[in-house]
Design a protein around this ligand. Sequence first.
Ligand code: GDP
Length: 429
Amino acid sequence: MVLAQLGGSISRAIQQMSNATIIDEKVLNECLNEITRALLQSDVQFKLVRDMQTNIKKIVNLEDLAAGHNKRKIIQQAIFNELCKMLDPGKPSFTPKKGKTSVVMFVGLQGSGKTTTCTKYAYYHQKKGWKPALVCADTFRAGAFDQLKQNATKAKIPFYGSYMESDPVKIAMEGVERFKKENCDLIIVDTSGRHKQEAALFEEMRQVSEATKPDLVVFVMDSSIGQAAFDQAHAFKQSVAVGAVIVTKMDGHAKGGGALSAVAATKSPVIFIGTGEHMDEFEVFDVKPFVSRLLGMGDWSGFMDKIHEVVPMDQQPELLQKLSEGNFTLRIMYEQFQNILKMGPIGQVFSMLPGFSSELMPKELDSSNPKLMNESRMMRIARGSGRHIREVMEMMEEYKRLAKIWSKMKGLKIPKKGEMSALSRNMNA
Ligand code: GDP
């Protein structure tokens, strides 16, 4: 069961419970059983699911809830909170600080996406002004150094490794020393993976860790490993001080429940997720928005904050309606950029748009089909607005990118007036 299906099943269970005329023990049990089934099918560890059920029952004591209490909301809130708790070990991971050297060591099984993730992690921080460096201490897999070298070169990140040296501890130490001298503030050490957990892998990892003294050990886990996630994560945690988890391949058809188990096994938070093979297909992981998206609520709290910030009050309902119909047109992009323009400096980035708009025909502005904008139309717009064709093409690329993001809004239920603030309050509670 992929994560979207898991979310769908949980939402349906909550909906069914909400539809019942009276919420009694039987209705609550049915709802919790449905959720339990869905979580187990998604490979979440049995003990975690059982604990969750017990906790919800403890919080939602129907007998103690006097008439007048909104039982539906209380149950819904308890489910939301328990799912968040499963993903949140209660303490944040070590966060490297810009300008101060940190060593971050990556561990995981072969094929989990460890090497790819090292580069994504480095690239993410580089874009934010860090000075990262990559060390390849994987001497086991032929081609591991070449892969890291290729990725690092593409991202213009310094790297260290060796084709000759077979001792990973020596390479790791040399690499870390070198980059410390070069004042890199984020030194990332990629270690060997094996097909399965084996003593030699753990011993090697332990030695690399002892030699490089990492500030953070990141356990990289493929989201498709299923029920094996708990034991695997636990085994790694036993050998090295895992402090954070990164779950890869969340873009695939994997059962995502393993991520929840990995958090429980390592008592460490998921800090990023991998959503594709490319360098920038990498997202910071936040528990509350993730769970609300999982439950089909969308990240309304964050989204509405943004809408309130930028869109004038009287335009908000219409915009939300259009987005929920999956209708993201160039006109919407233009109007919203104009709203952003009013916000100040960020507007300068888009200052070219007003020129474009008068050159665009209504049909072009209101179409949500980017194919309509063929080359001759783009040439006409470029000539009319005194811009280079390249700028028009860039605008269309930006439009396509935003349209892809907004297409995910299609079909989302828009909360009615009054429900929104309650929902935001609940989520942020
Ligand atoms: P390692 O053996 O753990 O170092 O794994 P690699 O980094 O070599 O990755 C194994 C494969 O998974 C490669 O083909 C990667 O491109 C792919 N991969 C890694 N992360 C992701 C991801 O988030 N999504 C997808 N679709 N593929 C990924």
